[in-house]
Design a protein. Structure first.
Length: 355
């Protein structure tokens, strides 16, 4: 039986990825996520401005990490690896656990103890990964994962693995395919900085192939308590409620700066209060539920709008929503009032809803 229809980013963008007919394709049909027009944010931004949301939370494990993971795990299988390892703030562990399960290989993940969202932890565990919570932060976990995979026959699947970046660049291809060319601006969160590196690489490749007439200006945002690139020095004890970007010493620091400078963009910071406000606006005004790290994109957009950055411009802005809101249900519950408890009768309900 031949498989029909969409089968993930490797099948879709084979010619632009480092694969051959011999590469075993381990896929969960990741990618092909919607670029949603954001009416409220567009209006807020200005008359001639269109804001779009690239909803990466709709990937199979709920984050953009799946784009890189399908390629990293497929290549690991092609190279006959039988085990993979990663350090993770959560989503990489969820994604590697799922793709390794599908490939039938072993997955070991190192997470900072007590610092990853509940949804992500449940994913890594249910897919059967060996999950080790270390008494240290993400940066310490990554150093350990690097050393272990250097000394043992285990493949590192953090974004230092070049196949992760290669897979993730397909998100910019999709945005260009959808809009007909690159957007004028792209706003995104920056943690370990693999994703901004990947998007920029993808946009440049599409332009070189004549598939986009232009390149976007790259606008990255870090959390105030975890903003090493903005402060131009590593942060020893990074702090933010946006756990996916709680990183003090980004692995792809240099290439993130290249993306910023080559595109004449910026990497700035947003506070946790701004992230939470954006998180709620996104959910209430646009109907889109993204995790707090993803809301850093929107917090950044709102900050730039307030500063007049887009004033009198006619432009399209793509905001990357990196992960699904259900990843971190505890944060959602903490951010709102609990449901009101009332008696189970007709009158009480009518009274409450104001009819
Ligand atoms: C991994 C991740 C990020 C940060 O991406 P980097 O490539 O580390 O900069 C942002 N948001 C979410 C939801 C993530 O999972």
């Amino acid at each position: 039986m031949s498989e029909k229809g969409y089968r993930g980013i490797i099948q879709k963008y084979k010619k632009l990825l480092p694969v051959t007919d011999k590469t075993p394709v381990i896929t969960l049909n990741e990618g092909n996520t919607p670029l949603i027009y954001a009416g409220y944010l567009s209006k807020l931004a200005g008359k001639n401005i269109e804001v779009y949301l690239k909803y990466e939370g709709l990937n199979p494990t709920g984050s953009f990490k799946d784009r890189g993971m399908t390629l990293a795990i497929s290549k690991a299988c092609e190279e006959k690896s039988t085990a993979v390892m990663c350090a993770s703030t959560g989503n990489t562990s969820a994604s590697s656990a799922a793709y390794a399960a599908r490939a039938g290989i072993k997955c070991i993940v190192l997470i900072p103890s007590g610092a990853i969202a509940l949804g992500k932890l449940s994913q890594a565990l249910i897919h059967g990964a060996k999950v080790l919570a270390i008494k240290g932060n993400f940066d310490a976990a990554l150093d350990l994962a690097k050393e272990i995979t250097r000394r043992y026959p285990i493949k590192l699947v953090n974004s230092l693995n070049p196949y992760r970046i290669e897979g993730q660049k397909t998100a910019s291809f999709e945005i260009c395919d959808y809009l007909g060319e690159a957007p004028d601006f792209q706003v995104m969160p920056v943690g370990n900085a693999g994703n901004i590196t990947a998007y920029w690489k993808g946009y440049k490749e599409y332009k070189a192939l004549g598939l986009s007439g232009k390149l976007p200006v790259m606008l990255g945002f870090q959390a105030k308590g975890a903003a090493p690139i903005v402060r131009n020095k590593p942060v020893k004890d990074p702090q933010t409620l946006a756990t996916a970007i709680r990183i003090g010493n980004p692995a792809s620091w240099k290439t993130a700066i290249e993306a910023r400078d080559e595109s004449k963009g910026l990497i700035d910071l947003v506070s946790d209060a701004e992230i939470l406000q954006a998180y709620k606006i996104l959910a209430v005004k646009e109907g889109v539920f993204a995790e707090p790290a993803s809301a850093a994109s929107i917090a950044g957009l709102l900050k730039l709008i307030k500063k007049g950055y887009f004033k009198n411009k006619k432009c399209r802005i793509a905001c990357i929503l990196t992960g699904h809101g259900l990843k971190d249900p505890e944060r959602a519950i903490k951010s709102v009032k609990p449901p009101k408890l009332i008696r189970a009768n007709f009158k009480s309900i009518i009274k409450e809803i104001g009819y």
